[in-house]
Design a protein around this ligand. Structure first.
Ligand code: BTN
Length: 350
C-alpha cells in the first residue's frame, strides 16, 4: 500500500495484505504477534492498522488482547481479493482507486511504466469510463466492477482481438459462478443476461508493426446496480446481476473469480491458440444462425451469422457471399428472438 484512503497499490505479499489475511484467520491477533510475523515494530504495525481503518476496515483494538476484525467494507480492496485468488499472475498486483477517469487509461500508464503481466487496476467509480467505438461506460460508485488488466502476450498484433473473445468466455464463467445460469455472448465480446448486456470488454493495444508491447484488457460488469440507476435510454437493453438475479453479488468474490478464470483462459489461448477456446465461445454465442446487420469501417453489411472462423472473425453469409469481419457493431435484425429467449436489438447496454 502506498497511501491510505482512496489510493492503494498492493501485491499479494505486501504488509497490509498479510495483516488482512492474519485478521481473517484468527478471531484476535496481538500486536506483538503481528510485529513478529512481519519483522517490524508494534508501532509500525499500528500505522498499517490505521491505514486499513482509513480504507474502511473496522478493526477493534483491545487492551492486552490484540486486534479484532469487526467488519470489512463493501469495497474492492486488494487484500480481500488477493486472499481468495487461485490465480498466480492475474491480480497478484492490484492498483485500487476510489475514483479514476478510466481504469484502461491507468492500466496503459502502468504498462508504459513496466507493470508486469497480470497487473490489475480496479476502481470504485470512473468519471470517463470508455466503451467500444468511442462510447461512454456508465460507472457509478461502489456498485459494479471496473477492471483493467495489463497483458504482455507474445503474439502478432493482428491476433490481439482474439484476447477479447477469450476474455468474454472467462467473464461468462465468472457470471455463471455467481448464479447467472443463462449467460450469452454477443460477438465480439458482450455478455448478455436475458438478452440484455451485463458486461462489456474494451481491449486496447500498444504495439509496433510486428510486436505487441502491451494489451490492456478492460472489463466492465454491472453487478449491484439497480435498474433505475441506468440512464433511461439504456434500461431496455442493459441489466445488472442485481436486477437479473434479485440479489446482491459479493463483488470481491466476483473479482477474484474473474482473475482465476481469465488466467486459465489466457494461458490456454497462449499455449494452444484461440481454437482451444472457440468451442466454449460458440456454445454461448447468441448470434449463430441469426439475421444481423454489422456496421464496420463505415460499411453496413447484412447477412446470416454462420459463426467464428479459426481466427475469431465473424463469418456472415451475405447477399454478396461470405464476409469475414474482424471488428464491428452487430445489430440483430428486427423480429429476432435471442437464442436464450429474450429480444435484443443491439448492444446498446453501456
Ligand atoms: C463496451 O463498450 O462494451 C466495452 C466496455 C468496457 C468498460 C470497461 S470498465 C473498465 C474499463 N475501463 C474503461 O474505461 N472501460 C473498460
Amino acid at each position: 500500500m502506498t497511501t491510505p484512503g482512496s489510493r492503494e497499490t498492493a501485491t499479494a505479499g505486501t504488509v497490509t495484505a498479510r495483516i488482512v489475511h492474519a485478521l481473517h484467520q484468527q478471531p484476535e491477533v496481538s500486536g506483538a504477534d503481528l510485529a513478529r510475523m512481519l519483522g517490524m515494530s508494534r508501532a509500525a504495525v499500528w500505522k498499517h492498522i490505521e491505514q486499513l481503518r482509513a480504507l474502511g476496515y473496522d478493526i477493534e483494538a483491545r487492551q492486552a488482547r490484540g486486534y479484532r476484525l469487526a467488519a470489512v467494507p463493501d469495497r474492492l480492496l486488494p487484500g480481500e481479493i488477493q486472499r481468495r485468488l487461485r490465480a498466480t499472475r492475474f491480480g497478484a498486483e492490484i492498483a485500487y482507486r476510489a475514483e479514476i477517469a478510466s481504469t484502461n487509461e491507468e492500466a496503459a500508464r502502468l504498462a508504459r511504466a513496466d507493470a508486469p503481466e497480470g497487473t490489475l487496476v480496479l476502481a470504485e467509480s470512473q468519471t470517463a469510463g470508455r466503451g467500444r467505438l468511442g462510447r461512454h461506460w456508465v460507472s457509478p460508485p461502489h456498485a459494479n466492477l471496473y477492471a483493467s488488466f495489463v497483458l504482455r502476450p507474445s503474439i502478432p498484433p493482428g491476433d490481439a482481438p482474439q484476447i477479447s473473445l477469450a476474455a468474454a468466455v472467462a467473464v461468462a464463467r465468472a457470471l455463471v459462478a455467481v448464479g447467472a445460469e443463462d449467460v450469452a455472448i454477443k460477438w465480439p465480446n458482450d455478455c448478455l443476461l436475458g438478452g440484455r448486456k451485463v458486461a462489456g470488454i474494451l481491449t486496447e493495444m500498444d504495439a509496433e508493426v510486428d510486436r505487441v508491447r502491451a494489451v490492456v484488457l478492460g472489463i466492465g460488469v454491472n453487478l449491484n446496480m439497480p435498474i433505475e440507476a441506468f440512464p433511461e435510454e439504456l434500461r431496455d437493453t442493459a441489466t445488472s446481476l442485481l436486477h437479473a438475479l434479485g440479489s446482491r453479488v459479493d463483488r470481491v468474490g466476483f473479482a477474484a473469480r474473474l482473475c482465476d478464470e481469465l488466467e486459465e483462459v489466457y494461458d490456454r489461448f497462449l499455449d494452444q491458440g484461440f481454437e482451444a477456446i472457440a468451442p466454449e465461445w460458440e456454445a454461448r454465442s447468441c448470434l449463430t444462425g441469426r439475421a444481423v446487420t454489422v456496421e464496420c469501417s463505415g460499411r453496413r453489411l447484412r447477412g446470416i451469422v454462420r459463426g467464428l472462423d479459426p481466427d475469431g472473425r465473424l463469418v456472415l453469409d451475405g447477399p454478396q457471399g461470405e464476409e469475414r469481419i474482424v471488428a464491428g457493431d452487430v445489430s440483430v435484425v428486427d423480429g429476432y428472438a435471442a437464442a436464450r429467449g429474450t429480444r435484443t436489438t443491439d448492444d446498446g447496454a453501456r
